[in-house]
Design a protein around this ligand. Structure first.
Ligand SMILES: [Zn+2]
Length: 484
């Protein structure tokens, strides 16, 4: 088995990939209009699991159950498992729902639900977030199964949810209720971008997201701007100043209590030398934006961000000569485990009062996804990084958490598993906007990485069972950049 075993699995996966197997698979998944942000597509959420994923998994020997979401009105949750008995038990995760298609905004005649290859890119809604990512991992699994003669050498459980783009409604309740059935030694999953398209990346957690509205509501209706303008409060102006009190003109956060006390020397060391590039033309990295003195990598992986998602006063589509009655901004904080989200709203209230904005209401929506982080020194993290480096023949960049969210906290809280997150996309992929795409080269490399990971899980040398219990701290992390 050893001779060519792992290399054979990797070669088999890459041969499938190069023969167009992955493209074909991804095209069929993208064609299912499984957006969770439009109630008109509720049937597609079920079709994705039942029509596309279930038969694929059953062919690989999984038993598959599709559960209704414990939170009514949200998409179903697939739970599959393939138990051999011997070896470690791995949990993997993905989501088959997408954001809206936004078809009218795609350029170049592209259609969100028709996968199209252009040069080194595959365009399609869900290509990067998250269909392409879990499809890579499952195709790599198929290759390992074939190479090992229908055996994996470990146990694999899969949770695939269909409401991630609405904040993973019901997932926490589902995982809590199926705690025993989902028990595992480690969670290995893929979502989000690599630190750079060309750099294999392993993340051990996620940033959290906290949402709130700022509301200035001063009168029941608009009043004539000629007769009232200049002597009655304009809520849009008050709101603009309130936002300016939260972050300065260069995006530096001004609210005491929102920021980490410091970036730990270990995190700083892990991110040292990581020179983020703006890839894909999606946006620029503006050196003067955000917290002064931090590198771009530190801003995204080790600090708090404040983002105004949308703001509104009056009717932009039909302005009238009136002083508006109200103004609203929907805002978001992205944060790491180094800060406590329960303090965000009280700290903001105190700050706005101190800055002279008692009339600005903070409507705390609260945490949408909690921050998570596994100690990068955890044996499973180290094992996975070493496996990847050996499969790919080059180093892996370890980061303490990814910039975006993924409901890693749910699995940490209820299952106590360490997180090994291996993203296959890049930050120019335009996920959530028009022209979402996946890059071919990182995906091909991800296919090799996962064929190697799945293979190595069936070999000796995996961390002992007890390693799972020792995990997961919100603090005390000591990230290392592997140079294997
Ligand atoms: Zn998403």
């Amino acid at each position: 088995m050893a001779a060519g075993g792992k290399a054979g699995a990797i070669q088999r996966a890459l041969a499938d990939f190069d023969d167009g197997g992955f493209e074909q698979r991804l095209a069929s998944l993208v064609a299912i209009r499984s957006t969770s942000q439009d109630p008109g597509h509720a049937a597609d959420l079920h079709a994705y699991l039942d029509g596309a994923i279930r038969p694929w998994l059953e062919r690989m020997g999984f038993t598959v159950a599709i559960h209704p979401n414990p939170s009514p009105g949200h998409g179903p949750i697939l739970h599959a498992e393939r138990i051999e008995g011997a070896g470690p038990t791995v949990l993997t995760y993905g989501h088959g729902d997408t954001v809206r298609g936004l078809a009218e905004q795609w350029s170049g005649g592209r259609d969100p639900w028709t996968l199209r290859r252009e040069g080194d890119r595959w365009y399609g809604r869900g290509s990067a977030d998250n269909k392409g990512q879990h499809a890579v991992n499952l195709m790599a699994l198929e290759a390992v199964l074939a190479e090992r003669g229908g055996r994996l050498g470990f146990n694999l459980k899969l949770v695939l949810e269909m409401s991630e783009e609405q904040g993973s409604h019901g997932l926490r309740e589902f995982v809590a209720a199926h705690r025993d059935a989902l028990a595992a030694d480690v969670l290995i999953a893929s979502d989000g971008p690599r630190v750079q398209a060309g750099t294999p990346t392993l993340s051990t957690g996620t940033r959290g997201s906290f949402h709130f509205d700022l509301v200035v509501d001063v009168r029941p209706g608009g009043v004539h701007s000629g007769n009232w303008g200049g002597m009655t409060t304009d809520p849009a102006i008050v709101l603009a100043h309130a936002i300016a009190a939260i972050a300065d003109r260069h995006g530096r956060i001004l609210v005491p209590g929102w920021l980490p006390a410091a970036i730990s020397p270990a995190v700083r060391a892990a991110l040292a030398g990581l020179d983020l590039q703006a890839e894909g033309g999606a946006a620029t990295i503006d050196p003067g934006w955000g917290e002064p003195g931090l590198t771009a990598a530190e801003k995204v992986y080790a600090w708090t961000s404040f983002i105004v998602l949308s703001m509104l006063s009056g009717r932009p589509e039909n302005p009238v000569n009136a002083v508006a009655p109200n103004a609203i901004a929907h805002c978001q904080i992205r944060y790491t485990v180094d800060v406590e989200p329960a303090t965000f709203a009280p700290a903001l209230r105190a700050h706005l009062d101190a800055m002279g904005f008692p009339e600005v209401q903070v409507v705390p929506y609260g945490v949408r996804m909690a921050a998570s982080r596994t100690d990068p020194a955890n044996p499973w993290v180290q094992w996975a990084a070493a496996s990847m480096a050996s499969s790919l023949g080059r180093p892996v960049q370890l980061i303490p958490n990814s910039g975006g969210g993924l409901p890693g906290d749910v699995f940490i809280d209820h299952l106590g598993v360490p997180l090994v997150l291996v993203p296959h996309s890049y930050n120019g992929c335009k996920q959530h906007g028009p022209d979402e795409h996946l890059l071919v080269a990182p995906v091909r490399e991800g296919m090799a990485a996962f064929a190697g990971l799945w293979w190595d899980l069936g070999e000796s040398g995996v961390p002992p069972h007890a390693a799972a219990g020792t995990v997961v701290g919100a603090t005390g992390i000591e990230p290392v950049t592997l140079r294997v």
